[in-house]
Design a protein. Structure first.
Length: 262
């Protein structure tokens, strides 16, 4: 199994400075991998008392059956993970407020490549580090997958995002969350977080801006771009044109379906 190395945060300690409303429903923060998982998790942790955080593990499908307590209506918890769509997943989340983070697939390719090339990720990608292959070859592997080692972009988005659409899930684009975080004094930001918290059954507290500032501090995220160790700077800031066309080939119509330009 791959190992992810990330420095610990002090969100739980900071959480104790605030008063919290008890959760009335379980809340699950789901995400396509590399779509702002730590950002939404750390922000929402600031609005829920630590004793209602499900901290046993990062929930994923292979271990779902061992962690159904995270979704108990009798003991509501805030939990998080990458939970792909399936019959078991849908049943487990029936009583939960379900948030799902997505991201522009173009930027997702870049973020995933940076993470796999970083020292923070230790697994089946070690042989790609140190310039063993070109940058564009790495990007193509993020798009088309690696036989027996890594799924394709279409498999990931299909099972982790698209299959959940049209259900009771609340889909949040990472870019919208980042925009709201960057302008906490603006009306759009206030509306965004009020709707987000309301969906989770939480009344917006008067100090919501301060809580978001603490939770969104990039120093608290071990997988934020600037906190990744290793030679990740070789990955460009924008996906090359050919790779954009390859993403469109693998995910026809998906960017438009998620609200991005086609």
């Amino acid at each position: 199994m791959p190992r992810i190395l990330a420095r610990p945060d002090n969100i739980n300690e900071m959480n104790g400075r605030y008063a919290h409303q008890p959760l009335q429903h379980p809340v699950f923060l789901n995400s396509v991998p590399k779509c702002g998982t730590h950002l939404i998790r750390n922000i929402m942790r600031m609005f829920v008392a630590v004793d209602q955080h499900y901290q046993e593990t990062f929930i994923q499908f292979p271990i779902l059956s061992d962690h159904l307590a995270a979704f108990s209506i009798n003991a509501p918890r805030l939990s998080w993970g990458h939970l792909l769509y399936s019959d078991d997943s849908a049943i487990a989340l029936q009583k939960s407020r379900h948030l799902l983070m997505v991201r522009d697939p173009y930027d997702w390719v870049l973020a995933r490549a940076r993470f796999f090339l970083s020292d923070n990720f230790q697994g089946q990608m070690e042989h790609l580090k140190g310039g063993a292959v070109s940058v564009n070859e790495v990007l193509n592997m993020m798009i088309f997958g690696i036989m027996g080692k890594s799924p394709t972009i279409s498999e990931i988005f299909q099972h982790n995002a698209l299959a959940w659409m049209g259900t009771k899930v609340r889909i949040i684009r990472m870019e919208d969350l980042v925009t709201a975080v960057s302008d906490l004094d603006g009306e759009e930001s206030a509306r965004f977080f009020d709707e987000l918290l309301s969906f989770c059954g939480i009344s917006t507290p008067s100090d919501w801006q301060d809580r978001v500032r603490v939770g969104s501090d990039r120093k608290q995220s071990g997988t934020a771009r600037e906190n990744l160790a290793g030679n990740t700077g070789v990955i460009p800031d924008e996906l090359p044109e050919v790779q954009k066309r390859l993403v469109d080939h693998m995910l026809p119509g998906v960017r438009a379906l998620l609200g991005y330009d086609s």
